[in-house]
Design a binder for this molecule. Structure first.
Ligand code: ATR
Length: 282
């Protein structure tokens, strides 16, 4: 029987994950079915039970379910534990396990776009501003700290969420010698790199950032992606910064999930190129 996988979210119709996993499967010669599944907002647990009963072997979890998935897992990877958010699950003899591949995905794509010489520490000595404190930000803060950032300023519209995210990461930051601070306003003329992990772009709106946050010499990365520049990418480019959207991260986090399930790492470059071409042709 062909192995069954899926991505669960709400909404989910827009998801490119089925396409990405189909391309990986084609490339590696693995027989699988990967579907987009809509789950009711309060109904992830029963949706996953039904999926597993149907023969589901593993799944990706996206907005708004990453925290719910974390709670449901019997075992969690260290990355998922730190994030308290799960984007990849599977079943084995120990029940439901969960991991978070968003951080690996972001780091691999950042290393690519920044042309980092040291792919393991692509952010060595940089000052970073991370915008947002939801599921997306939670998944990447640990890897950003481990990637050698000198200082990370964490900003969120609701400061209390940023505080608890930072508190959870304080030991890791101390271990890596990174200065992790929650800021009430995004600092100006400070960051080397600015990462947008907010969902502000979903409303088609740019963030209201003070002048001097995004500026020439700074790089900017939006974890969202679109056929055209996202509002954040457009805002960054207008301010003279170099900017990229999150399509590469999407492909890289999918590749890491694929490796966890199938034990084989797909070649992401041709898949990213195909996806970008399909997105802009729409
Ligand atoms: P995700 O899993 O994609 O991170 P989420 O958990 O709903 O989704 O978090 C969305 C993030 O985007 C949060 O940091 C949210 O800020 P709040 O914690 O204050 O809600 C942020 N966000 C959403 N819309 C925003 C907007 N218009 N301006 C600024 N931040 C926004």
């Amino acid at each position: 029987m062909t192995a069954l996988y899926a991505v669960f979210g709400n909404p989910i119709a827009h998801s490119r994950s089925p396409r990405i996993h189909a391309l990986f499967a084609e490339q590696t010669g693995v027989a699988l079915r990967y579907e987009a599944r809509l789950a009711p907002v309060e109904g992830l647990a029963s949706a996953l039970d039904a999926f597993h009963a149907e023969g589901g072997c593993g799944a990706n979890i996206t907005v708004p379910f990453k925290f719910d998935a974390w709670r449901l897992c019997a075992r969690r990877s260290p990355a998922a534990q730190l994030a308290q958010a799960v984007n990849t699950i599977g079943w084995d003899e120990g029940g439901l396990w969960g991991d978070n591949t968003d951080g690996v995905g972001l780091m691999r794509d950042l290393a690519r776009v920044l042309g980092a010489e040291n792919v393991h520490r692509p952010l060595q000595s940089q000052r970073l501003l991370l915008l947002g404190a939801g599921g997306a930000a939670s998944g990447v803060l640990g890897p950003l700290i481990a990637a050698g950032a000198r200082a990370i300023a964490l900003w969120n519209r609701s400061a209390d969420k940023a505080q608890s995210l930072a508190a959870r990461h304080s030991a890791l930051a101390a271990q890596h010698g990174a200065d992790l601070q929650v800021v009430l306003d995004p600092p100006t003329h400070w960051a080397d790199g600015v990462i947008n992990a907010t969902a502000a772009s979903l409303g088609g709106r740019a963030l209201d950032l003070p002048e001097g946050v995004l500026r020439p010499g700074v790089w900017a990365y939006d974890m969202m992606y679109a056929a055209h520049d996202t509002p954040f990418v457009a805002q960054a480019k207008t301010a003279g910064a170099q900017a990229w959207d999150g399509l590469g991260m999407l492909v890289e986090q999918a590749a890491q999930s694929y490796t966890l399930w199938h034990g084989e790492a797909p070649d992401t470059a041709p898949v990213l190129a195909a996806l970008r071409a399909e997105l802009t042709a729409r």
